[in-house]
Design a binder for this molecule. Structure first.
Ligand code: ZN
Length: 387
């Protein structure tokens, strides 16, 4: 941390990049205390990390659990200077007694109070929830910024996202993820996060250098990159050429169902079970699993020349969730689940796989295609996802 209090109760910040010898020895002679637990602190003026205060070894603070990394200290400092330059009157590491929390920075943004939390280390989901609620209760809007060192890109439009990342999406799955890297001095925003597998998602990355960043960019991007259907299609192609070698219980169950009902092996699954849905992160199950169950349900009805009611699709999906054939990422509201399914149905209507007759009543438009060759099914991918 950069702030501490003296025995006279004065708050001192260590904000310089480096301290001259006389200043340093003066600082080392002074006693500094943690504003939260009141324990005496060490003054750290080494060269590996920015000058900062730290609790003595083996002294646990009531709200701090681990030493801050150089990366975290540096990022916090840069964000603070940036907010100051933008005229947001930031306060570094304020201790908000009513909630016993100390956010990294609190700033005044367009008349509202905003709490910036720069999270580089792992954080238990219940702690994230508790801190988010606490800050709201104290009247501050929390903005979680993830350490740029936690951004794992596997290809241009694909990212490895773990439970650590998904927890930040939990409050609002429509959200983007925001990262900051103090080494690159840049924000990174992930838009259109659409999972293919549980922890592997297609997304569009936007880099906003700190020198060009406005505070409002954190919520609104004038030039947010669009979703990349070609990247998504390439993931489907990879799946067809090389389906996952180890199948989970739920994937194997779906594989058997497709084989029994449609004589379709896994690499030939229809493109309709790979729809990139904006709210796809609601599901923990891979895209082809949750959509695969719904696809079989709808095409079974179509074979019997029966129409498909949205309410029935919704009921069917909830039943599959109960039977643990489809897994949700979190306990989501019914409304959000309904919205995700609606997006899927609308996608199928857009691709003229379904046609809507009466409101929320659908028919499958053509006799269902069952492609028997990889070429055939990839041609259908191209019709479905190609530009
Ligand atoms: Zn303390």
């Amino acid at each position: 941390m950069f702030s501490a209090v003296t025995s006279e109760g004065k708050t001192v910040y260590l904000m310089k990049e480096r301290y001259a010898a006389t200043e340093a020895s003066e600082l080392r002679k002074t006693k500094f205390f943690c504003p939260v637990c009141r324990e005496q602190l060490d003054v750290k003026l080494g060269s590996l990390k920015a000058p900062h205060f730290a609790h003595k070894q083996n002294k646990a603070c009531t709200i701090e659990f681990e030493p801050e990394s150089a990366y975290h200290l540096e990022g916090k400092k840069q964000l603070y200077s940036w907010l100051k330059a933008k005229g947001c009157s930031p306060v570094l590491e304020p201790y908000v007694k009513s909630i016993q929390q100390r956010p990294d920075i609190i700033a005044n943004v367009q008349g509202g109070m905003l709490a910036f939390e720069f999270q580089c280390a792992n954080l238990a989901p219940d702690l994230l929830y508790k801190r988010t609620q606490g800050l709201k209760q104290a009247g501050a809007e929390p903005l979680w910024i993830i350490g740029g060192n936690r951004l794992k890109r596997t290809s241009r439009h694909f990212f490895q996202l773990s439970a650590f990342h998904w927890q930040f999406m939990k409050e609002n799955p429509r959200q983007f993820l925001l990262f900051y890297c103090p080494e690159a001095r840049s924000f990174y925003k992930l838009h259109h996060i659409t999972p293919f597998y549980a922890n592997y998602a297609c997304a569009s990355l936007e880099a906003i250098p700190l020198t060009k960043a406005n505070v409002k960019d954190m919520w609104f991007s004038a030039s947010a990159p669009s979703f990349q259907p070609a990247a998504w299609q390439s993931a489907i192609t990879r799946f067809r050429h090389k389906p996952p070698r180890f199948l989970s219980k739920e994937a194997n169950h779906l594989r058997l169902l497709f084989y029994e009902k449609r004589q379709t092996p896994l690499p030939f699954l229809p493109p309709e079970v790979f729809a990139p849905i904006p709210l796809g992160a609601v599901f923990l199950s891979p895209v082809f699993i949750w959509q695969g169950h719904l696809y079989l349900y709808m095409t079974d009805l179509a074979e019997k020349r029966m129409s498909i009611r949205f309410s029935a699709v919704f009921r069917f999906c909830k039943m599959q969730i109960q039977k643990k054939r489809i897994h949700l990422r979190y306990e989501y509201s019914e409304q959000l689940l309904r919205e995700a399914l609606k997006q899927y149905i609308n996608f199928l209507c857009g691709k003229e796989f379904l046609i809507e007759g009466e409101k929320e009543v659908y028919m499958v438009k053509y006799p269902v295609h069952d492609c028997r060759t990889l070429e055939g099914v990839m041609e259908r991918d191209q019709t479905c996802f190609g530009e």
